[in-house]
Write a protein that binds this ligand. Structure first.
Ligand SMILES: Nc1ncnc2c1ncn2[C@@H]1O[C@H](COP(=O)(O)OP(=O)(O)OP(=O)(O)O)[C@@H](O)[C@H]1O
Length: 260
């Protein structure tokens, strides 16, 4: 049996009088791709931010790799192996593609107390740091654009760069918040393909929120459905499709239309 890598129990979160998460519990097993879906406003992004440490919860616990990280800040969770991408890519637009990844490699090395961390008097990255950055760019298919300024990349390529930056942290788990948001259908499929390949290469665990059902159905091992801050179903693709409560929530929506 696969072991649990990330688990949350009875998470509650309110913004003022608005209760956005009303007791959410879930477990993510090592190596699986776990998708969180639900209608607009269901609380997916809020749940995601509680898992990554960007938003504190009012009650409940978050456990990652056997530790209670409920009160650990986001940078600490990154240090423990949680990689992350955002709905709008967070990159340094005026740096080159390669420099963006070099910064991430150096950040990982210094945060883990690696002897090869950069010193203040170094103005150029070390050769091994550059080599590592190029390796990540090759993995995501951006090596040929290493010298371009990041701001000139297409939307799909910015997402690739964000993946390279996240991978530079050598994560055990990749947390992807709507990885195909705002993309053309071609970029969406390319991004889904990239996620499939990356997880296959390194056995990465993936947790994602996503609106595109084709992307989810093509990637997820298990799907967690929420509505109004509460879980309504969790299971395999077939189980979710056959679930009457899920059908009710998605009645007439894209969930079935996307599959024809
Ligand atoms: N920082 C905040 N302050 C106040 N209310 C918030 C905040 N963030 C989210 N909300 C509210 O919490 C509810 C859930 O929002 P959330 O973004 O988590 O839903 P979602 O399922 O991710 O939605 P979408 O699919 O539209 O991205 C919404 O009613 C939203 O308005």
């Amino acid at each position: 049996m696969m072991s649990t890598l990330l688990s949350i129990a009875d998470i509650r979160k309110s913004y003022g009088a608005l209760e956005v998460l009303k007791g959410v519990t879930l477990d993510v097993a090592e190596g699986e791709t776990f998708a969180i879906i639900g209608p607009n406003g269901a609380g997916k992004t809020t749940l995601f931010r509680v898992m990554t440490g960007e938003a504190p919860c009012n009650a409940g616990t978050v456990r990652y790799a056997g530790r209670d990280v409920t009160r650990a800040p986001a940078f600490e969770r990154v240090r423990l192996g949680m990689g992350r991408t955002f709905q709008v890519a967070r990159i340094f637009p005026d740096f080159t593609v390669e420099e963006n990844v070099i910064v991430a490699v150096e950040a990982r090395r210094s945060s883990r107390g690696d002897a090869a961390a950069p010193r203040w008097f170094q103005t150029r990255p070390r050769a091994d740091v550059r080599a590592e950055a190029m390796e990540q760019l090759e993995r995501v298919g951006l090596a040929d654009k290493a010298a371009s300024d990041a701001r000139f990349l297409s939307h799909g390529d910015k997402k690739r760069l964000e993946f390279a930056i996240a991978l530079a942290g050598r994560p055990k788990i990749l947390m992807l918040d709507e990885p195909t948001a705002g993309m053309s259908p071609a970029d969406r499929m390319a991004t889904a393909e990239l996620i499939r390949r990356l997880r296959g290469e390194s056995g990465l665990t993936v947790v994602m929120t996503e609106h595109d059902m084709d992307v989810i159905f093509g990637l997820a091992n298990r799907i967690f459905v929420m509505n109004h801050g509460e879980p309504i179903a969790c299971g395999t693709l077939d189980e979710i499709r056959a679930n009457p409560t899920v059908q009710e929530v998605y009645l007439g929506k894209e969930m079935y239309g996307a599959e024809g």
